[in-house]
Design a protein around this ligand. Structure first.
Ligand SMILES: [Zn+2]
Length: 278
């Protein structure tokens, strides 16, 4: 089939029945990045699934089948039965410890190095963006690489916590300072997002002129609101996601493809264009 010609003034979308994105779509996406002076990327579970980290809201991920998430992964559930929480999170933690950044993470780091991505806001609790080399990453839902003491509030790297947990099924991690219980520094159900971090992400969304959604179906608030915030301020919106998202109809361009395929293709076109113009 013939691909429609990209016109920046007239958004078009790739629809479900089309087999795979054509080169014109990748070209159009790279054009959006090249034309933007300030780009924010919002990433979700879809960018880490190619690294073997399950989307823990997905059926079949195995994480919710025998437990009630609102119970086990809530702050109340954690406080009332931390051992149960750690038993539940152990398989996910093992996958996160073993995971490596995939081509999508690396492409975003490359785009940042090219000066085309300025901030990454992520809903993910892994640290694959940092491992890939991205410098400015806001972890809206916290990250498993940090732990916090519930008694004295001391924050510390969580490497030892996970090593202990993965070796000893019954171990519970305790604070080296006060022996209080340690909690991975991730936002559990019933906990508010850190207000300063959320404000920083909102400010980035309000002042960007391109928002890229990468691997999020935009179902979880308040992160899901960021693209619409940007859009209302006149930013363009590029959505890269395998499935549909709740903001597709508001986007300037939607590419439904595995991110480990689409992002490297787009980054390569950007690098090529900058190389030619320099
Ligand atoms: Zn402590």
């Amino acid at each position: 089939m013939e691909w429609p010609k990209w016109r920046p003034d007239r958004p078009f979308h790739r629809f479900r029945d089309e087999a795979s994105p054509g080169p014109e779509l990748y070209q159009a996406a790279s054009q959006l990045l090249l034309e933007s002076r300030s780009t924010v990327v919002l990433t979700g579970a879809g960018i880490s699934t190619p690294s073997g980290i399950p989307d823990f809201r997905s059926p079949g991920s195995g994480l919710w089948e025998y437990v009630d998430p609102m119970d086990v992964a809530s702050i109340w559930g954690f406080r009332s039965d931390p051992a149960r929480f750690y038993r539940w999170i152990r398989p996910l933690a093992a996958k996160m410890q073993a995971a490596q950044p995939n081509p999508a993470h690396l492409a975003l780091a490359q785009l940042e190095e090219l000066g085309l991505v300025h901030t990454i806001v992520t809903q993910n609790i892994d640290d694959l963006h940092s491992q890939a080399g991205s410098q400015r990453v806001l972890h809206l839902h916290g990250q498993t690489q940090q732990a916090v003491c519930l008694e004295c509030g001391l924050e510390q790297p969580a490497q030892e916590l996970w090593e202990t947990l993965l070796q000893d099924e019954d171990a519970l991690p305790h604070c080296p300072e006060c022996a209080g219980l340690l909690k991975p520094d991730v936002v559990l159900f019933g906990e508010a997002l850190p207000p300063a971090l959320l404000a920083e992400a909102q400010q980035a969304a309000l002042s960007c002129d391109l928002m890229v959604v990468a691997g999020s179906s935009l179902e979880v608030m308040p992160a899901a609101d960021l693209p619409l915030l940007a859009k209302r301020r006149g930013a363009r919106l590029l959505i890269l996601n395998l499935g549909q998202t709740l903001a597709d109809s508001r986007a300037d361009l939607v590419i439904r493809e595995d991110l480990a395929i689409s992002l490297p293709a787009i980054a390569a076109l950007c690098a090529q264009a900058l190389d030619q113009t320099s």
